[in-house]
Design a protein around this ligand. Structure first.
Ligand code: ZN
Length: 303
């Protein structure tokens, strides 16, 4: 792949802060590892700050073994971070998203105060949601909440891709106000805040200004920026978003987490070699330091 980082390098001295944001709902796989290495390189080559921010709101699929595997693997690859949990125990005690429910409720409250939320009574069979006109009470139990978007505020991902013309997509989106989905869910049926609310609130509170994600999460970035604009989280709107191609298996399908007893695992040398291939480098790096050297050579217009 070719990274288009002109806008990223164009602001020398701008204090970059990014995050590794894994979800412990499976063992870490190569696709996660490439994303972590790329994020680490972008931050370290700009003398920025890196946060480990673990996304564990989905506790049904969470397992302690996945969390332990994550810390083990980060250490094995030599990826360090400046802020965040130092290990599984510290994470559970001080950093879990389940400890931040009140903060997420505040974000939802801001949307409520602006009359932007309605409860949805649709079932799978109902088809497209039209509940916004039904005036259902918000305190009705077990109903998801949706955010109101006007049809003109929604852009299809395909449309956005052709509009950007970039791959990977590197954008400050600040001139755009688009959601990727009409009236997307902000509170789940089980009462928990939706991923978009947690992710936005965490990134905002941590002062994140660089988000590195796979292309499959482009829609999420749009929805989070849309939310940020609605409730005046202006700082977040100025962030960089780098959406890189997703690593596919031989059948072209996205590689997803392995949830068996043992993770499918490459040696760390193989991971760095794969990273070199992914970046389109002629010679394969053998370790993280070589990755950094090659990254800086490739993007020699860095400050
Ligand atoms: Zn509905």
């Amino acid at each position: 792949m070719t990274l288009k980082l002109e806008s990223f390098w164009a602001k020398p001295g701008f204090p970059v802060k990014s995050r590794l944001a894994p979800t412990p709902s499976g063992f870490i796989h190569l696709g996660n590892e490439l994303n972590f290495i790329l994020t680490w390189l972008l931050v370290r080559s700009r003398q920025g700050k890196l946060v480990l921010r673990i996304d564990d709101m989905d506790r049904e699929r969470f397992r302690p073994a996945y969390l332990e595997d994550l810390f083990f693997r980060l250490e094995e690859l030599g990826l360090d971070w400046d802020e965040g949990p130092i290990g599984p125990e510290d994470f559970e005690k001080n950093w879990s998203q389940t400890l931040r429910i009140e903060r997420y409720a505040e974000t939802l409250k801001k949307l409520l105060d602006r009359d932007l939320i309605y409860p949805c009574i649709c079932t799978r069979k109902t088809g497209a949601c039209s509940c916004e006109s039904h005036q259902n009470p918000l305190d009705f139990p077990d109903l998801p909440w949706r955010i109101l978007c006007k049809k003109t505020q929604v852009i299809q991902e395909e449309e956005l891709r052709s509009f950007c013309g970039l791959n990977p997509i590197t954008l400050p989106f600040s001139n755009h106000l688009f959601a990727s989905e009409l009236n997307f869910v902000v509170k789940r049926r089980d009462g928990k805040p939706a991923y978009q609310i947690c992710s936005l609130t965490d990134d905002y509170d941590l002062g994140i200004n660089l988000v590195v994600r796979g292309e499959d999460l482009l829609g999420s970035s749009l929805n989070q920026l849309f939310l940020a604009r609605q409730i005046g989280m202006h700082y977040f709107e100025e962030s960089w978003f780098i959406h890189h191609p997703i690593l596919a298996d031989n059948d072209g399908k996205k590689i997803s987490k392995s949830t068996g007893n043992q993770p499918l695992r490459l040696s760390k040398n193989q991971v760095f070699e794969e990273f070199g291939k992914w970046m389109g480098w002629k010679k394969g790096p053998e370790n993280l330091n070589q990755c950094l050297e090659l990254f800086q050579e490739t993007h020699s217009n860095q400050p």
